[in-house]
Write a protein that binds this ligand. Structure first.
Ligand SMILES: Cc1ncc(COP(=O)(O)O)c(C=O)c1O
Length: 389
């Protein structure tokens, strides 16, 4: 299995910290905002004598709340169509294990969230990628590129929308193209929509669940990690109107017994009464996005498209080997006792040599830290290009 491109350079960051260098983490998508107070309070109010297993598909009360939550986005689901998982991560793994046989193929636009690769390998499935490019802002590659990869083993298309790592948001026309492809070849559509709250352009959010005619093909991956700043409670969901898929997923759920009990209590408390929280969070990310993207594009030789959603961007740097540059920032560079850690983007591509001069940057730091990171990045690029030439 490949190492995570997000964590690959961690030993170098630890060494830098041990030398007393402050490291700004632009590499990881762990939101820094406080978790909603109602969620924290629900944990304090836990009044149980036994912290027991919960039902394998998750508490009915949570699934009912989730059903109400999805209806706010125009997605009508009964609680039975929602299975609570141990994070979106387990939902991805269970979707692969339930729908694919070893050797089956999934087509994914790259760059892509790197853990899909690890889960596909765990399920014996094979990932085939169509490449989206920075020049088009990482728009959906043409349908012909997907069709060129279709073989008798192709069973699914996977999209992440809004996208990690690119921040791209698929348009209605693009979603319709995906729908037509899925329908034509009768494929599963795995749609990872864990960033639906993070859409900044006013463009409509088109869920895979909004697409007509492929209701039974869609498996939605969801998570509370990002939208409520609750990465540690490990609660996600696998949602599908396909009963056979649910039956297969339930066998896996029964084998792992139960999703986290305390996490479900917190997730349930977070669904209602967090509108103000969501609005504040949204404003904060709008400003951070502007601060980061404007700042990046002001640095000579750096280019970042304007991401429409999530809290990442993939930027091109004026270096030949971004992985070497990211490692060098941690091992050989500091500016006034500080440096930056970024994720080299080549780890998000499976095509060799793609993304070699790109990095993924997460904007989950406050604006002051982001501004400081941009100054450090500019100094680092200047120095690196002097040293390397
Ligand atoms: C696109 C995407 N999907 C799924 C996940 C998994 O999230 P979790 O397991 O915390 O729900 C992440 C986490 O970063 C992600 O970025």
């Amino acid at each position: 299995m490949p190492s995570s491109p997000i964590r690959k350079l961690t030993p170098l960051a630890n060494d830098a910290k041990a030398r007393g260098v402050k490291v700004y983490h632009l590499n990881i998508g762990q939101p820094d905002l406080p978790t909603p107070q109602v969620a924290l309070d629900s944990l304090k109010d836990v009044d149980r004598s036994v912290l027991e297993y919960s039902p394998s598909p998750g508490f009915l009360s949570l699934r009912e709340k989730l059903s109400g939550y999805y209806s706010r986005f125009g997605i009508q689901l009964s609680p039975d169509e929602i299975i609570v998982t141990c994070g979106g991560s387990e939902a991805v793994l269970f979707a692969f294990l339930a729908c694919l046989n070893p050797g089956d193929e999934i087509i994914i636009p790259e760059p892509a969230y790197a853990n899909y690769m690890a889960f596909a390998i765990s399920a014996g499935a094979v990932i085939k990628t169509v490449t989206s490019t920075i020049e088009t802002g990482f728009a959906l590659p043409p349908v012909e590129a997907f069709e060129a990869l279709i073989t008798p083993r192709t069973k699914a298309v996977l999209i992440c929308n809004p996208n990690n790592p690119t921040g791209y948001l698929y348009t209605r026309a693009e979603m319709n193209r995906i729908r037509d492809l899925v329908k034509k070849y009768d494929l599963y559509l795995f749609s990872d929509e864990v960033y639906r709250e993070f859409i900044y352009t006013g463009s409509p959010y088109i869920s895979a669940c909004h697409l007509e005619g492929i209701e039974k093909n869609v498996v939605l991956i969801d998570s509370v990690s990002k939208r409520y700043s609750e990465c540690g409670i490990r609660i996600g969901a696998l949602v599908t109107k396909n009963e056979q898929v649910r039956d297969a997923v339930m066998k896996l759920c029964q084998a792992r017994l139960s999703p986290p009990l305390l996490g479900q209590i917190v997730a349930e408390a977070s669904i209602d009464g967090t509108e103000e929280y969501a609005a504040e969070m949204y404003e904060e990310y709008v400003e951070r996005r502007k601060c980061l993207v404007d700042g990046l594009n002001r640095i000579p030789g750096v280019y970042s498209p304007i991401p429409m959603g999530a809290f990442y961007t993939v930027a091109r740097l004026p270096v030949e080997d971004a992985e070497d540059f990211c490692a060098w920032c941690l091992s050989d560079f500091e500016y006034e006792g500080e440096t930056v850690m970024m994720a080299p983007a080549n780890g998000f591509y499976s095509t060799p040599d793609k993304g070699k001069d790109e990095v993924r940057i997460a904007y989950v730091l406050n604006k002051q830290d982001l501004q400081r990171s941009l100054i450090i990045l500019e100094k680092a690029l200047e120095k690196y290009n002097q040293v390397k030439r």
